[in-house]
Design a protein around this ligand. Structure first.
Ligand code: DMJ
Length: 394
């Protein structure tokens, strides 16, 4: 299968196309995937292709503030923001660093690393943060945060936090500003976003909008237990591990309390006990499941670091429910519209690439006891589950 895929990359993966792509999605999926495959196979074809796509993505950084645009035309070498705004998403501009830094290290061409390091340095100094928590948008002209006052660990901010820690690990734990920003942010989460639900008293991460707490949590936030555990494994505060355990129980309950045993995209937690109500409430617009990886990803990290078999058991339950409700008899899996209806979950006929890239990969790793199957002291996973080497392994 690998040889077949290699042939496809050699002959059919051509980037000289007049097409707009999203900088972040292309970096984490294509560039990250190629770099990782280069490391795991040693085959220079993948590095050549990585260089090609890396160069084609660089025009995104030609903005007045050097905060990159969201979209690039990889054939024409032009870049632009979305039609309706000159803002970029904070998570997007701060979660391309692992890949571009690695590309510089491998090619000896520092321009890739320079461009993404500059973004991090700039964001480090920006005002508009709330105890280390960042807003969701940043303007490509002014370089300032916009839509101030809304803080989430979910969509549009999530992987900012993940990449602070992972860049620090990638670079051999020397870049203190990254660590400072990460530690401050986790304190910010504890101070502003943590609450407990009723009746089970599950600790969850909500959102803050202009001083008002909302008990809303995206499934995306379930990356956090895994990231906290990875930080604790790398010598950061032991209470991060405790928090990781508590939050992962909550993420598991986002599956277990639902009719199909699959989590919806977004849940709202009950802050007050009401007869007949569970902790988790689901709004009609939020009851889809896109086969996302975050909970399984965190289960993998926690199993690796604790050896507690309950994490494997939870992952197995989730896998069985994916098989029951999302598997397509003729091949593949599909997103579904309704996790609350086991008799008709409403298949969408769409399988996101992260189901193979992340969800199934983390399942595979979760069910293995071999710590050298991607040793976490030698590799750091990018946010699309592609392992990249730690520059100075522990
Ligand atoms: C993936 O593309 C990445 O994990 C990203 O950081 C968040 N969204 C999806 C998976 O849910």
């Amino acid at each position: 299968e690998f040889e077949e895929a290699r042939k496809w990359v050699a002959n059919d993966l051509v980037f000289d196309k007049n097409v707009d792509v999203n900088l972040f999605e292309s970096t984490i999926r294509i560039l990250g995937g190629l770099l990782s495959t280069y490391h795991l196979s040693g085959d220079s074809l993948f590095l050549e292709k990585a260089k090609d796509i890396g160069n084609r993505l660089m025009p995104a950084f030609k903005t007045p503030s050097k905060i990159p645009y969201s979209d690039v035309n990889i054939g024409r070498g032009t870049a632009h923001p979305p039609r309706w705004t000159s803002d970029s998403t904070v998570a997007e501009v701060t979660s391309i660093q692992l890949e571009f830094r690695e590309l510089s290290r491998l090619t000896g061409d520092e321009k890739f690393q320079k461009a993404v390091d500059e973004v991090m340095k700039h964001v480090h100094t920006l005002s508009g943060k709330n105890d280390g928590l960042v807003p969701m948008f940043i303007n490509t002209n002014s370089g300032q945060f916009t839509h101030l006052g809304v803080y989430t660990l979910g969509a549009r901010a999530d992987s900012y936090y993940e990449y602070l820690l992972k860049q620090w690990i990638q670079g051999g734990k020397k870049e203190n500003e990254l660590l400072e920003d990460y530690m401050r942010a986790i304190e910010g989460v504890k101070k502003h976003l943590l609450q407990r639900s009723e009746p089970k008293k599950l600790t969850f991460v909500g959102e803050l909008a202009h001083g008002h707490f909302s008990a809303k949590m995206d499934h995306l936030v379930c990356f956090l237990p895994g990231t906290l555990a990875l930080g604790a494994h790398n010598g950061l505060a032991a209470d991060h591990m405790k928090l990781a355990e508590t939050l992962l129980e909550t993420c598991y309950q986002m599956y277990a309390q639902v009719e199909t045993g699959l989590s919806p995209e977004i849940v709202h937690f009950n802050l007050h006990a009401q007869k007949g109500h569970k902790d988790v409430e689901i709004k009609p617009a939020d009851r889809h499941n896109l086969l996302r990886p975050e909970t399984v990803e965190s289960l993998f990290y926690m199993y690796r670091f604790t050896g507690d078999k309950k994490y494997q058991d939870w992952g197995w339950e989730i896998l069985q429910n994916f098989n029951r409700y999302t598997r397509v008899p003729t091949g593949g899996y599909t997103s579904i519209n309704n996790v609350q209806n086991p008799s008709n979950p409403e298949p969408r006929d769409k399988m996101e690439s992260f189901f193979l890239g992340e969800t199934l990969k983390y399942m595979f790793l979760l069910f293995s006891d071999d710590i050298d199957l991607i040793n976490l002291d030698k590799y750091v996973f990018n946010t699309e589950a592609h392992p990249l080497p730690i520059w100075v392994p522990a």
